[in-house]
Design a protein around this ligand. Sequence first.
Ligand code: FES
Length: 268
Amino acid sequence: MTAFGMGAACPSPCTAAALSFPVGQLHRVAATPSSEPGEVDETKRNVLKLLVAAGVVGAAGGGLVAGSLQYAQPPTVGLSSFPRVQLLDLDGTPLTVTKAEKEYNAETGDVLTFNYPLRNEPNFLLNVAPASGSSSGATNVVNGVGSQKSIVAFSAICQHLGCPAPAISYYPAGICPQSPGGKSFYIHCTCHGSTYDVTNGAANLTGPAVLPLPQVILEWDQGDDTLYAVNMVGPPVNGHLDTLTGDYGVGTSSQLTRQQPVRLCNFS
Ligand code: FES
């Protein structure tokens, strides 16, 4: 009897090796020659190299994307609290209450602004006391400082849609025939007509704005007669999530700037 069973013929070519295992036993046959022990399989090594390279490129790409996203976000800058900032006059010297009371009053047409507490937050500085011999003006106003409690400061950014000075401006007594809320001097915005009461914390006299202007709290240092901005009250400055966020602080002092006002007396 042969290995192919009784009567079976050995296939051609028939070799002894082909018949060296029992019939019915499975044998694994390599499709391609395998590496000898100790040899490096170049194909596997190249695949590994590609995977490592792809991982490195992916990690680097991920880092770049994360870095790009970081800078796609606007940086959050601002202050953690309201600073004490000295006010400087137009010429850069410390502003004194004596000078402010002498040079400015409710009838002064000058529109003076200073930035506080951030560089992009302008504010009006006003002395609403009456000129000598005039009855147009007010003393002992809300948060007023100075010998007559008449020096005040308010945000110069309208609380309606954010028109800044000089589109929003101080209207001195007598410049327009209108007297909203019975007031002959006020802050008025030419953009859409909002008017604010400078004797009462910049409360609304006419809309469309429904919020008062934020007020800067001033401090009079009677030792050397100088003026400081120390806080703000009221709603956030328009255009800012909060008054302390959205730009860098002004530093330890802030200088007055004279604005060329835009005044229109065509409101009702
Ligand atoms: S922005 Fe001032 S009234 Fe509209």
